[in-house]
Every structure is written in structure tokens, then in C-alpha cells.
Design a protein around this ligand. Structure first.
Ligand code: GDD
Ligand code: MN
Length: 376
């Protein structure tokens, strides 16, 4: 009897949230109090909570958010160390929710929070699984929030996604959506934590099994702080497109690694030419030196792109470079070994050469992910 009363009393005081709004942040200290104030206004009458997922922003966003959370139980903070990435932050935030519905929204005031109640209505009263706030559908507006170059790039990216993946979203790059938590939960293990393309990743991973509705909105201009989306993120997006197009047989990371490796060939040839002509090195010395230049360039590109979420810095980067040299040297042996095994006849030169190169790349990838860019 007493138990029942206390349970009822608890329910009355702490109704659990129906909607979790995930706010990924990196350097949004000035914006976060404003966003939470706006959510409070827009979500009046709805049992909501905000989950701020901060990647240890140097401007102290997590402290600001925690300060609000200490006065407002609807606000929670997840602070992550040693990791960067919008998609990963959103996934972690969604998995921290127990509410039936979760929304992901930028914390920089560019997304129109007044759309949230309409998105929620849609999920509550129809069989829609995912509501996307789209900057492109009729009535929506790209607004002045994107530069014309970015608007153009974003168009190209959208059209590619539509063509390659058969994703019929008008704004697959949108970072503003609401989804049934159970659906997000089921998709989470398949998603890539890198980059900005969580929505596209979710929709293409669901392979047509999500019922989607798009609602228009106007993308606002940023007031405080700056955008973190850079050209590397765009490359990462194309990596995802290719990997999904290949039916997920090849991981995005391996694809990036392969692209970087291919760029290394060019670097190698340019360096070789320079050492021979400008440096007047002997061929063997020039070839060795060029290999080091190419390995070094591959290391830094992989550190920037392929492993941007595990990026090595300072002393660790030097250590990483040395292990990468070691890994690649063994890779050359694997490459030559396999090639010479296959090379039984001169007309097989290309098959032997390609097999060796693939063997070398697979070895380099596997070994460097275990040794150079170790997890955790
Ligand atoms: N936790 C975390 N970690 N949050 C991040 C990170 C990160 O590495 N990078 C960015 N964020 C947060 C920002 O603090 C902001 O709240 C939100 O994610 C969006 O980041 P912006 O840097 O403002 O992105 P944008 O405005 O350039 O890009 C917008 O448009 C893109 C499409 O053109 C976003 O809506 C993207 O989601 C969208 O893909
Ligand atoms: Mn923004």
C-alpha cells in the first residue's frame, strides 16, 4: 500500500520524458543557454528533456550546460573525451534516451525549434517513423544560413545520394529530425560515427524500412561561434556514399585508406622525379627516399581523414608515424611475396602486380588499425 502511494507520488513529480532532444555541441557555450530557453518556450505542455552531448569543447560548453542542468532536471549532459564527430555524438545521445521519441537538433540556433511540436504530432498520430526537417521541400528555404558555395555543394551531394542510394529525401544532409527511439536503437549498430551524415546513414541503412515524412523549415543564420563543417567532412560524406553504394561490403574506412594509398602513388612518383633530377640521387636511394615521402604523406592524410576520430597528436603522432613505417615495410614484403607467387608467366604481370598491391593494402590497413590507430 505504502509502496503504491510512493510510486504514484513519484510519477506525479517526475513524469518521464516523452521527447528527448539531442543537442550535439562543440564550442557552443554562448548558444546553449539560449537554445534551452527556446526549447522551454516551444515545448510548453510536452514532457521533454534535452541531452547535450559535448566533445569536451575548449570553450567550456559542458560546464555551462551542467550549470543549467543543476537547476533544471530536464537537462542532462554527456561529456566525451578523445572523440570528435557530430554523427557519433548524436548516436550516443539517442542511446542515452529512454523516451519514445528522440529529436536531433543543432545547438547553434540554426534549426527552428518551433517545428518540434509538429514533428512530434506526426509521430504520435500517424505511423511515420522518421520526420525530417528539410531545408528544400516546398515552403522550406535555404535561408541565408548557407553560403552560395555550400548551397551548391549541398545540392550536388543530395543529387548523388539520390542517384546512388535511391534515397528519396529532398535534404539527406539535414541535421534536424525526429525518430521513434526503438527505430534509432535498432539502426545504431550499423551507423558510422564519423562525419556529419547521420541522417543519410540511417535512411540508407534502413533499406526502405522507415516511413519518412518531410517538413519544411528555414535554416537560420548562425549568431555566435562558427561552423565546424570543413572540406574533410565532405570527403567523408562521399566515402559513405561509395561504401553504401558498394552494399557495405567495403567499409568507409577501408575505402578512405585505399584512396589515400592511391594518392600516395602520385606523391611517390613526384618525389622520385625530384630526387632523381633535382637531387641527382642514385635510383635505389631516390626510390627509398620517395617511399618514405609517400608513407609520410599517407600517414598524415590517414591521420586527418581515415582516422579523424582517433587522430594522433604531438608525441603520439610521431610514435604513430614510426609504427606506420614499420607496418608499411612489412606490407611491401607481403606485396612482393604474393605477386611473385602468382607471377608464373610474363603475361600475368598485371594480375600478379594487382594481387600484390591489394595484399599489401589489406595488410597495411589491418595492421595499422591495430597498431598505429589503436582504439581507445
Ligand atoms: N559533439 C559534437 N562533436 N558536436 C559537434 C561536432 C563534434 O565534433 N561538430 C559539430 N557539432 C555540433 C555543433 O556544435 C552544432 O551544434 C551542430 O553540431 C552543427 O554543427 P555546425 O558546425 O554548426 O554545422 P553546420 O551549420 O556547418 O552544418 C549544418 O548543415 C549541414 C548540412 O549542410 C548542420 O545542420 C549539419 O548537421 C548538416 O549536415
Ligand atoms: Mn550550424
Amino acid at each position: 500500500m505504502i509502496d503504491k502511494v510512493s510510486v504514484e507520488a513519484e510519477e506525479a513529480v517526475w513524469p518521464s520524458a516523452e521527447l528527448s532532444v539531442i543537442l550535439p555541441t562543440f564550442n557552443e557555450a554562448e548558444n546553449i543557454p539560449i537554445v534551452i530557453g527556446l526549447l522551454d518556450e516551444a515545448l510548453h505542455g510536452i514532457a521533454w528533456e534535452a541531452i547535450v552531448v559535448d566533445d569536451n569543447s575548449p570553450d567550456g560548453t559542458a560546464d555551462v550546460a551542467r550549470d543549467i542542468a543543476s537547476r533544471d532536471p530536464r537537462v542532462r549532459v554527456i561529456r566525451r573525451f578523445g572523440r570528435r564527430g557530430l554523427s557519433g555524438a548524436c548516436i550516443e545521445g539517442m542511446l542515452a534516451s529512454s523516451a519514445p521519441y528522440v529529436a536531433v537538433m543543432d545547438a547553434d540556433l540554426q534549426h527552428d525549434e518551433t517545428l518540434l511540436p509538429r514533428m512530434l504530432q506526426e509521430l504520435r498520430h500517424t505511423d511515420t517513423d522518421l520526420v525530417v526537417a528539410s531545408r528544400k521541400v516546398e515552403g522550406g528555404d535555404i535561408g541565408s544560413g548557407l553560403s552560395s558555395f555550400r548551397a551548391w555543394g549541398s545540392n550536388v551531394a543530395n543529387r548523388l545520394a539520390q542517384k546512388l542510394l535511391n534515397v528519396s529525401l529532398s535534404d539527406p544532409m539535414s541535421g534536424f529530425f525526429m525518430i521513434r527511439r526503438e527505430k534509432a536503437e535498432a539502426l545504431a549498430p550499423k551507423l558510422s560515427a564519423q562525419g556529419f551524415k547521420i541522417l543519410l546513414d540511417m535512411v540508407s541503412s534502413a533499406k526502405g524500412r522507415l516511413k519518412i515524412r518531410e517538413l519544411p523549415f528555414t535554416f537560420r543564420e548562425r549568431q555566435h561561434g562558427e561552423s565546424k563543417l570543413d572540406t574533410l567532412v565532405t570527403l567523408d560524406y562521399f566515402g559513405l556514399l561509395l561504401a553504401k553504394y558498394a552494399g557495405d561490403v567495403i567499409s568507409v574506412r577501408f575505402l578512405m585508406f585505399g584512396l589515400v594509398g592511391a594518392s600516395g602513388l602520385f606523391v611517390h612518383l613526384i618525389a622520385l622525379r625530384l630526387f632523381l633530377v633535382v637531387g641527382s640521387f642514385e635510383f635505389n636511394l631516390a626510390q627509398t627516399a620517395a617511399s618514405f615521402v609517400a608513407m609520410t604523406s599517407n600517414f598524415f592524410l590517414n591521420n586527418q581523414l581515415t582516422y579523424r576520430d582517433r587522430r594522433l597528436r604531438g608525441f603520439k603522432a610521431i610514435q604513430g608515424l614510426l609504427t606506420f613505417y614499420a607496418v608499411c615495410s612489412v606490407g611491401v614484403l607481403a606485396n612482393v611475396g604474393v605477386a611473385s607467387l602468382i607471377y608464373t608467366e610474363p603475361s600475368y604481370w598485371w594480375f600478379a602486380g594487382a594481387s600484390g598491391a591489394i595484399m599489401g593494402a589489406v595488410w597495411n590497413y589491418a595492421a595499422s588499425s591495430a597498431l598505429t590507430w589503436r582504439k581507445g
